[in-house]
Write a protein that binds this ligand. Structure first.
Ligand code: ARG
Length: 588
């Protein structure tokens, strides 16, 4: 079904054409003066220049042509040549009823579905998930769901940091603590134990200890580098240990991501790209793209017109080790082989901007991807505390994601208990849903590139632009529907009637924009646009609710129409929050 903007624009373009002007002047936008009109067209101004006429004359002629239109209730030409539009009530009601009956509320999927890889999460194995990883998971998950919803074949890949120095550090620390393990006995020829020699809590303690040690103990650091090198060359005992680290850590990561409603299709990591490195590097050399610079192998990526210096991309260090960029490039080689994605989306901290600029340029320059491949970097800002500095625990340490979730869930629980009418069990489950919504909406409602302040009290508030407010609106609708049913009404019957008052029409106009918002949000990789939309929709619903006696309405047909309308609103809200990665409780 055509988007409402499409229908209006077509109507307008026809009118311009019928008046003898180029149809494209009939472009329509949402009104920026909602007090005067609902949509507007400024095309007469541009047409005036091209046709050397007064804008108001063109506008008036076009308005005249639209007198009979069934789409508009009111079309006005105003000085110096704006065309103000109001949508016809019957047309709008008809549009609502079609939204109710069609799949995805009548949103057409994209005409050309693409394969999209969303690279997000990026957790580092054996290190606890901390709030720095929160944004990658939350934003990436939303973008993945949005892409899938509009019809793209969308694949989410966690791209674990599972291959770096942290592995060597853990191995050497373990050797110091448990030197008798068979992995450290070079003469050992038997099978390695199935059980890991550590638990997740031990592992989480081992890494920071080893990392701290390497900063003060140069010999230890060299040992760790050596161990990393051996592991990467395939040394069997370290491979076996690595497998243990991976298994123990992955189980924990999966649990943590699941608590956040974050699901990956692929659990690949930097290590999976390893086999593609030698061939790729050789090709860069053969093609004359990579050259030696101070012992290292680099590819120049500076381009004419760069406003800041883009240094060469280092592919191999002088000691032969490959780097982060090498691993990302090899991953692209692998993804081209496995999926040939049309579009890559990386959701990573914006401080990695330069890294991705370099990687994308090498990928295109070297023909690892064709020129037309879409490579997007969604760089996000930092989550700060109320002091404006990166978020920390009260003691000043790095906050673990688990603890953060617990904190916000507790705050939501307290808020729910203020007017407790539900069982303890239900309150706990509701608090969990509200907490996740508060956390995710608090993040997603900001433009991703911006830093934002984690404000617990504001995030869990049921009022204002918050996740709980959206959930509260859904719960309010559920309670209206329940009451209606208790009084003998049938929620599924009824048709939406033409709106009678401003609140009802405002609500319908907001609903009508659903499919446009879905497409634009994905095209711009901007989940905050969905947040802005559902906030506006919730406001419209609550305004309508306050101005309308739904349950006391005596005209049964009108009442059934209201019920249909609020049901549609609830369903649109529910689908939208699902795309953002959180769910609503039945009641609050
Ligand atoms: N593990 C990396 C980090 O913690 C993030 C990975 C991002 N994804 C990528 N393809 N480089 O910084």
């Amino acid at each position: 079904m055509k988007t409402i903007l499409h229908v209006i624009t077509q109507e307008m373009e026809n009118a311009f054409r019928d008046c003898g002007y180029e149809a494209s002047y009939g472009k329509v936008t949402l009104s920026n003066r909602p007090d005067l009109c609902e949509y507007q067209c400024n095309g007469a101004m541009a047409a005036a220049k091209a046709y050397k006429k007064k804008p108001i004359e063109i506008a008036q002629a076009v308005v005249e042509k639209l007198k009979e239109s069934s789409v508009f209730e009111d079309v006005n030409a105003v000085m110096p040549g704006f065309i103000n539009l109001k949508i016809d009530a019957s047309f709008l009601a008809d549009y609502m009823n079609r939204m109710c009956s069609e799949n995805k509320f009548g949103m057409d999927e994209v005409e050309k579905p693409e394969t999209v890889i969303v690279d997000y999460g990026g957790a580092n194995v054996a290190k606890p998930l901390h709030v720095g990883h929160l944004r990658a998971a939350v934003i990436g998950e939303a973008i993945k769901r949005m892409g899938r919803f509009v019809g793209h074949k969308t694949i989410g890949d966690v791209h674990l940091g599972d291959w770096g120095l942290q592995m060597g550090l853990i191995i050497e620390e373990l050797k110091d603590r448990q030197p008798d393990l068979p992995y450290f006995d070079e003469a050992y020829t038997g099978e390695y134990p199935k059980e890991a020699p550590f638990t997740i809590s031990e592992l989480e303690e081992i890494y920071p200890a080893a990392s701290a040690k390497s900063k003060v103990d140069e010999v230890f650091k060299e040992r760790a580098q050596e161990a990393t090198f051996k592991l990467q060359k395939g040394y069997a005992p370290y491979r076996a240990l690595w497998n243990h680290i991976m298994n123990v850590s992955l189980a924990d990561l999966k649990k943590n991501y699941a608590n956040l409603n974050v699901e990956f299709d692929l659990w690949k990591g930097e290590s999976d790209a390893e086999p593609y490195i030698p061939g790729m590097v050789q090709k860069l050399i053969d093609d004359g793209l990579a050259h030696e610079s101070q012992g290292a192998l680099v590819v120049d990526v500076a381009e004419e017109g760069d406003t800041k210096e883009i240094p060469p991309c280092i592919i191999r260090k002088s000691d032969g080790a490959s780097l982060y960029a090498t691993s990302d490039l090899a991953t692209i080689v692998e993804r081209e082989q496995d999926f040939k994605p049309d579009h890559y989306v990386y959701v990573v901290d914006k401080r990695q901007d330069l890294h991705f600029t370099q990687v994308f340029r090498v990928a295109k320059k070297a023909g690892i991807v064709p020129q037309e491949r879409k490579l997007d970097f969604v760089g996000f800002g930092t989550m700060n505390g109320r002091d404006g500095k990166p978020f920390k625990t009260r003691e000043g340490g790095v906050m673990r994601l688990e603890d953060l979730i617990a904190q916000i869930t507790d705050a939501a629980y307290d808020r729910i208990m203020e007017n407790r009418t539900v069982s303890e069990e239900e309150a706990r489950e509701t608090a969990r849903l509200v907490g996740i919504a508060a956390l995710k909406y608090g993040d997603l409602s900001n433009q991703a590139t911006k830093d934002y302040v984690f404000d617990l009290d504001r995030f869990v508030s049921f009022e204002g632009n918050t996740g709980p407010y959206i959930l509260y609106t859904i719960a309010r609708i559920n309670s209206i529907l329940k009451k209606y049913e208790e009084l003998g009404g049938q929620v599924s019957g009824g048709a939406i009637l033409p709106p009678e008052g401003e609140p009802e029409k405002t609500l319908m106009l907001a609903l009508a924009r659903f499919s446009e918002v879905m497409h634009t949000s994905f095209e711009e990789l901007a989940p905050h646009k969905i947040c802005a939309y559902i906030y506006e929709l919730s406001n419209a619903l609550n305004h309508f609710y306050h101005e309308t006696k739904i349950i006391a309405e005596e005209n049964k047909e009108r009442q059934a129409g209201y019920i249909r309308l609020v049901t549609l609103t609830r369903d649109v809200l529910t689908s939208s929050i699902h795309l953002l990665g959180f769910e609503a409780p039945e009641r609050m």
